[in-house]
Design a protein around this ligand. Structure first.
Ligand code: IPE
Ligand code: IPE
Ligand code: MG
Length: 224
């Protein structure tokens, strides 16, 4: 079976740069190029929804200089990729608390979402200023505000990922084996795949290996 919804925790950019005695910013730029290559490839391989963890709520406490570098890359991304993705029929969606981002990036995100809204060939989800706990608490508060009790299905619909397919495969690069506040609710039955490779070194072949490993998993969902 092929995974329909794949998510990647793109970790290891800083260490990739440090090993080369380069500034961390060089690692983020290398990771950015890798992200462009892998997102294109994942859709070619039949993935219908690709969710990329680009910036966590916790990452917002990094030094301003590093955040400015990352914000610069997001600006480049939306300026250069929106039209390209629209032509390919890919819908862009950003999840997270975008009010924590610079105003111009908030605008670029809404423009990209609007411009690509009718795409049906796939969905590219960028998790920016995203935190899984924040997402869950936000959903709870939305339900409370409406004064209602919710079922699991209704609760799922209140998450940022409400209209996305269930998460099949969650990949983390960069050696750590933790979720770092990513898709906490959605990963309940996702298959987890950890790679020791730092994200800028994670190739299309490595993504294929992850897909292969997924295809060999037995997803029982609690049954026998
Ligand atoms: C992941 O790489 C990218 C972001 C968190 C934005 P890191 O910057 O966390 O790289 P390491 O973990 O320090 O190597
Ligand atoms: C997770 O990586 C966030 C992203 C890849 C965007 P981190 O580098 O922030 O995770 P920790 O700090 O090692 O848990
Ligand atoms: Mg890291």
């Amino acid at each position: 079976m092929k995974p329909q919804h794949v998510a990647i925790i793109m970790d290891g950019n800083g260490r990739w740069a440090q090993r080369r005695l380069l500034p961390r910013s060089a690692g983020h730029r290398a990771g950015f190029r890798r992200m462009l290559e892998l997102s294109e490839y994942a859709f070619e391989r039949g993935v219908s929804c690709l969710t990329l963890y680009a910036l966590s709520t916790e990452n917002l406490s990094r030094p301003q200089e590093e955040l400015d570098e990352l914000f610069g890359l997001f600006r480049t991304y939306f300026a250069e990729q929106t039209e390209r993705l629209r032509e390919r029929g890919i819908r862009i969606l950003s999840i997270g608390d975008r009010t924590l981002l610079p105003a111009d990036i908030q605008g670029m995100i809404s423009d990209a979402e609007t411009m690509t809204a009718s795409g049906t060939a796939g969905t590219l989800v960028l998790a920016i200023a995203y935190g899984g706990r924040q997402e869950i608490v936000r959903a709870v508060n939305r339900a409370v505000k409406e004064g209602r009790e919710v079922t699991e299905a209704e609760f799922s619909a209140l998450l940022y990922t409400g209209d996305l397919p269930p998460l099949d495969l969650l990949i983390r690069t960069g050696k750590e084996t933790r979720l770092s506040n990513f898709l906490l609710y959605q990963s309940a039955y996702a298959e987890l795949y950890f790679s020791k490779k730092l994200f800028p070194d994670f190739t299309k072949g490595d993504l294929d290996k992850a897909f292969k490993a997924y295809s060999l998993r037995d997803r029982r969902f609690g049954r026998i």
